[in-house]
Design a protein around this ligand. Structure first.
Ligand code: KG4
Ligand code: ZN
Length: 335
């Protein structure tokens, strides 16, 4: 008998619902929230309000796209942690209510584990054990994944996430939020070696991006002192140089993790894995080192319920269900 799971993702500013049957994603519907653009970042209170407006229609569309009704569901999954607490609360309450109404089991999913397992949606998929560099607006982690439910964080950021480094750099360049994709676009026409930003010397497999942000700030102040149009005149080269430094920081640590563990199946995940410089640099490094590299399809890189559904399928098979009394958690502790 086949198993059909509805999954809900609402940890930040994307309301998403997905349906999977026996681990195959039937649909992955994502509604973004444009309202945050004018504020230069995600406003938590507005995010939870938008989730409340979106959640019913988003689930409705996902069920229709999958060609099913709630009667066909065998379990309801949701993102339990980490994320913005008000946003998580909307998805959690919705999932709990539906599970109660349908008398079906509830599955709580850790958002960061789901980002890693997004790599298993594609075919061919990485072989266990594999390494995953998860790079998003909120997190930067190198994860050793031994099996779907056995993961270990080998290193993570001590301050800003890689996506934050992109977005904060973009803000200094007066580009709108989220600036990561815009830096990527300008970088395509720029010289990555024109300006040199320092690489932080952080021990082990951890990352730090706060020093980079400060050095960019001073660099721009100095440039503008000599030429008020410094940024507009050099935007492509500045973006290419910033992107180059963020990518080299990420790949140096990933290369080190691969060397230390001897693992050759190497993945990336999270919103920043959409960055064309990172994708190209990973492919090039992988070719030089003899790695098998994997990057999820774009819809599974940024926040999405498809990855929650995939993870829920493994939890379902392991019999790991959540009680109806479960609460969301903003904290990122690894399950
Ligand atoms: O995974 P995600 O959608 O949401 C979080 O869980 O944070 O990641 C969003 C982050 C933002 O910081 C955004 O600027 C960044 O991913 N991002 C990019 C690109 N596309 C999205 N950063 C650099 N280049 C891109 N092409
Ligand atoms: Zn995420």
């Amino acid at each position: 008998m086949s198993v059909t799971i509805l999954a809900i993702e609402s940890s930040c500013d994307e309301t998403s619902a997905a349906v999977c049957r026996d681990g195959q994603i039937l649909t992955n519907y994502i509604a973004g929230q444009a309202i945050h653009e004018q504020y230069g970042g995600v406003v938590p209170e507005l995010a939870s309000r938008a989730h409340m407006q979106h959640i019913v229609p988003v689930v409705d569309v996902a069920l229709k796209q999958a060609g099913i009704t709630t009667k066909d569901l065998d379990a309801i999954a949701f993102t339990q942690a980490p994320g913005l607490i008000g946003s998580l609360l909307v998805g959690t309450s919705f999932a709990k209510s539906l599970a109660l109404a349908l008398d079906k089991p509830l599955i709580a999913v850790h958002h960061m584990q789901a980002h890693v397992l997004a790599n298993l949606i594609a075919d061919p998929a990485p072989v266990f054990p594999f390494l995953c560099l998860t790079v998003s607006g909120g997190h930067t982690q190198i994860v050793l994944c031994r099996s779907p439910l056995d993961m270990e964080v080998l290193g993570e950021t001590l301050d800003d996430a890689a996506g934050e480094a992109f977005d904060k750099s973009a803000k200094l360049l007066e580009l709108p939020y989220p600036g990561g994709p815009l830096i990527d676009r300008h970088a395509k026409n720029g010289d990555p070696n024109r300006f040199v930003f320092p690489e932080p010397q952080i021990p082990g497999l951890n990352f730090s991006f706060s020093g980079l942000k400060t050095s960019i700030l001073y660099f721009l102040q100095e440039g503008k002192r000599n030429d008020p149009d410094f940024v507009t005149r050099n935007l492509d080269d500045i973006c290419a140089s910033i992107q180059h430094r963020i990518v080299t920081i990420l790949l140096h640590k990933l290369g080190r993790a691969a060397k230390e563990t001897g693992i050759r199946d190497i993945c990336i995940a999270g919103g920043v894995s959409a960055n064309s410089g990172l994708r190209q640099a990973l492919t090039d490094l992988g070719a030089r080192r003899g790695w098998n590299t994997f990057i999820p399809a774009f819809q599974y890189c940024t926040d999405n319920a498809g990855m929650i559904a995939k993870t829920a399928w493994y939890l379902y098979q392991a019999g790991k269900f959540a009680p109806l009394s479960i609460s969301p958690s903003a904290r990122a502790e690894w399950a």
